[in-house]
Ligand binder design. Structure first.
Ligand code: PEP
Ligand code: MN
Length: 245
């Protein structure tokens, strides 16, 4: 993919289910988000779950399903890598590699991903300061790789009414301090589907270059992050609403 062209097309919206669950689920979602105007399809094949008893993702099978969805829709694929041992495999399929919140300070992983030269979405760790986040980005830059998108996805605070506290302060702050594209993930940032659209709009209003949104054909049946996932009609409505921000 042409990274420079991708990030120039602002705001860019990366959407899809938290986890790839089946062929039917990822293909219907890919078609729906493409029709609604998304620029990339995101789905997890390797999922970092808090409990080892939760669904861990389909692994390589999930990557293959993402590749089918790309072949059908033309959407570039964004997917997470968790383990240094899977970096080459994930890089074979992904157009953009996601480093998740729990991995942003996994320095060996950052160095391995940098070697692939695939663009990277570097999520903010849920307890990371901006300085620590930018130092994590430095690990990638040090390897001569600068195709980095920073993604604010909410931080841990004393507040428990929402899953995380979406820190929109960092959007204009990072725009002042860095040259990176900055996107916002209001799905993990709020943990509630009803709050996703208002916070997505707020993110764009304060200068975010793009959004990362979780979308599922039937959020109640989702194997992960259903409560924060938009269904197709809610996503389509949001895409209409952000046109003029
Ligand atoms: C995800 O993107 O589904 C995910 C696990 O996000 P985060 O790393 O921000 O928790
Ligand atoms: Mn998720």
């Amino acid at each position: 993919m042409n990274f420079e062209a991708f990030i120039k097309n602002r705001p860019f919206v990366i959407a899809g289910p938290c986890a790839v669950e089946s062929r039917e689920q990822i293909l219907t979602t890919a078609r729906a988000v493409k029709n609604a105007g998304a620029q990339a399809l995101r789905g997890g094949a390797f999922k970092p779950r808090t409990s080892p008893h939760s669904f861990q993702g389909l692994g390589e099978e999930g990557l293959k399903l993402l590749a089918q969805a790309r072949a059908e829709t033309g959407l570039p694929i964004v997917t997470e890598v968790l383990d240094t041992r899977d970096v080459l495999l994930v890089a074979e399929y992904a157009d953009i590699i996601q480093i998740g919140s729990r991995s942003t300070q996994n320095f060996p992983l950052l160095k391995e991903v940098a070697k692939t030269n695939r663009p990277v979405i570097l999520k903010r760790g849920m307890a990371m300061t901006v300085e620590e986040w930018l130092s994590a980005a430095d690990y990638i830059l040090e390897s001569g790789h600068d195709k980095i998108i920073l993604c604010e996805r909410g931080i841990r605070t004393f507040e428990t009414a929402t899953r995380h506290t979406l820190d929109l302060n960092v959007v204009p702050l990072l725009k002042e301090k860095t040259k990176f594209s900055v996107i916002v993930d209001p799905s993990h940032g709020t943990g509630r589907a009803s709050l996703v659209a208002p916070m997505a709009k707020a993110a764009l209003a304060c200068g975010a270059d793009g959004l990362l949104i979780e979308v599922h054909p039937d959020p109640h049946q989702a194997l992960s992050d259903g409560p924060q996932s938009l269904d197709f009609s809610a996503f389509e409505k949001l895409m209409g609403e952000i046109q003029n921000i």
